[in-house]
Design a protein around this ligand. Structure first.
Ligand SMILES: Nc1ncnc2c1ncn2[C@@H]1O[C@H](COP(=O)(O)OP(=O)(O)OP(=O)(O)O)[C@@H](O)[C@H]1O
Ligand SMILES: [Mg+2]
Length: 506
């Protein structure tokens, strides 16, 4: 049965980086059979605290007590020996091995003649079943979705009998049914007395899954609370240290009048690519935010990539202000002042070993061509302007991108594309991994950009965000456009959901 004994006690933890006190006297108590959410703004210190707990960073002050014994971790192996198993987004798995081999890695069943693979896979199947996962242990890990791969990583927690599971933003690229599956596994592990630390910027998910929460603010402990002790508004106030600014001015954006009499900035005619997206028509006018809604995997990103020239269309045409264009590569789209901010900051674009400033000017530089360097005074001005307006922290253009928190890296990418002064900006999940405060800031920024005349294609899994910003919404499902919605005071998220569901029944 669940016993709620203390598994980990971190007391008075401090970690300092050159110029940044990332953690300042933070406490965290994790108990068996409890799902504990760690909350705070981008840069509050969540990942740093986790890295202290999992032995990635040495602590400068404080104590870590695991199962009653004080521990000093000189690396992740020490932490794992103590039963602390992290599951990061970049999962430490071997894609070219089978699911079963991954689950059982280092714990294979051995017989007289070495590893008994049949028995190993059978055992893996049992473990997976216990967590409610119906995955063939003999299938290749790489053949599964990221979500399933992540669940396989988590199921290793059972194999190595860890008492603590650490999940840093595990749901950021999962769709709803995948989140359900993950939560089911988390609940089962909780039932087996595992202590679980969970980090997410989706506050609804935090309320849905956790028992307890610890809030950090600016590297300091704000407090620990039972999940029911604070409502969402109170939680946000504690995270931000202030009230969340009213979103009223933003919600009115959706019903702003757009002049659609002239040439659109972009017109897409039966644009498609076999296997990625069926032929789609759409247009975007000056000052308009066009939402692209649909479930994960519905073809939103595929469509954006084709428009931008990152992938090739095998069908259809693109016009920019009435002129027929063909984008064989993104550079040509950039030349037409079209910018694309990708949803996947790690794979596309964010260069960890460059500074914030270098990452920001990269877009401007690509646009000008590498021969015509951007003047350094102009550069500094651009960088300062966007760091300021996006609230990038730390406010230091010379910091390496890798030292920024996840959400702040996302803002740097956004700054890169804004600095190119685009006429059309394609934003793919721009607020993913971004805290509630900064999310509101980014939404406001999108509204401001549109009001200044820029056209925006706004892709987001969060439908209420799309509803709040877009004047028209193109709905995709199963790799094709199933309809278009004009936003008004009367339309709501339910209208999009109904559209997607109706099509499903047909
Ligand atoms: N290796 C490092 N070198 C220098 N500074 C760092 C390093 N790692 C983190 N920091 C700084 O420590 C602070 C806390 O960052 P951390 O990544 O823990 O934030 P977070 O709460 O996880 O934010 P997010 O929600 O954006 O992921 C930030 O100011 C960050 O820039
Ligand atoms: Mg983080």
């Amino acid at each position: 049965m669940v016993d709620n004994s203390v598994v980990v006690e971190m007391r008075n933890i401090s970690i300092e980086f050159p110029g940044v006190k990332a953690l300042d006297g933070v406490d965290l108590t994790l108990r068996a059979g409890e799902i504990h959410s760690l909350l705070g703004e981008n840069g509050a210190g969540k990942s740093t605290l986790i890295k202290a707990l999992t032995g990635v960073y040495a602590i400068d002050g404080g104590t870590i007590n695991v199962a009653g014994a004080t521990r000093t971790f000189h690396g992740t192996a020490d932490a794992q020996d103590a039963g602390v198993a992290p599951v990061y987004q970049e999962i430490n798995l071997l894609p070219n091995l089978s699911v079963g081999e991954n689950v059982m890695l280092g714990h294979e069943v051995r017989g007289k003649f070495g590893i008994n693979w049949k028995a190993t896979h059978e055992k893996a199947r049992t473990y997976l079943k216990e967590l409610g996962l119906d995955v063939d242990p003999r299938s290749l890990l790489a053949s599964h979705s990221i979500a399933v791969q992540q669940l396989v990583a988590i199921s290793r927690a059972v194999v190595i009998d860890c008492r603590l599971l650490v999940l840093d933003e595990p749901t950021s690229s999962l769709d709803r049914s995948e989140v359900d599956q993950l939560f089911a596994v988390m609940r089962r592990l909780r039932g087996r007395n595992v202590a679980i630390l969970f980090v997410s910027h989706f506050l609804d998910q935090v309320y849905e899954i956790s028992d307890t929460m610890t809030i950090l603010r600016n590297g300091k402990l704000e407090g620990e609370y039972p999940i029911n002790a604070l409502n969402k508004k109170q939680l946000i106030e504690k995270m931000l240290g202030r009230e969340l600014a009213e979103l009223d001015s933003i919600s009115r954006a959706a019903t702003r009048k757009i002049d659609r009499t002239g040439e659109p900035i972009l017109k897409v005619l039966a644009l498609g690519r076999k296997g990625a997206i069926e032929p789609v028509d759409l247009d975007v006018f000056d000052g308009e935010v066009l939402g692209l809604a649909g479930l994960l995997g519905s073809g939103r990103t595929e469509l954006a990539r084709i428009i931008y020239g990152a992938d090739h269309a095998d069908h259809g045409a693109i016009q920019v202000r009435g002129e027929h264009v063909r984008f064989a590569k993104p550079r040509q789209a950039i030349d037409h002042r079209i910018a694309f901010s990708s949803e996947d900051r790690r794979a596309e674009g964010a260069i960890a070993d460059l500074t914030v400033a270098e990452n920001i000017v990269l877009g401007v530089q690509a646009k000008r061509g590498w021969i015509r360097r951007v003047g350094s005074a102009q550069q500094d001005q651009l960088i300062a302007q966007y760091m300021e307006s996006l609230g990038i922290r730390p406010n230091n253009p010379n910091a390496l991108l890798s030292t920024l928190s996840g959400g702040n890296q996302q803002k740097v990418l956004l700054a890169r594309w804004l600095a190119t002064a685009p006429q059309l900006l394609i934003l793919d999940e721009p607020t993913r991994g971004i805290d509630v405060g900064a999310k509101a800031e980014i939404q406001r920024l999108v509204v401001d950009l549109a009001e200044s005349g820029i056209g925006v294609i706004f892709i987001s899994s969060e439908l209420d965000e799309v509803m709040r910003l877009a004047q028209r919404i193109v709905v995709l499902r199963d790799h094709r456009k199933i309809g278009e919605l004009k936003n008004s005071a009367k339309t709501g998220v339910d209208d999009i959901v109904a559209m997607i569901a109706k099509e499903g029944a047909a």
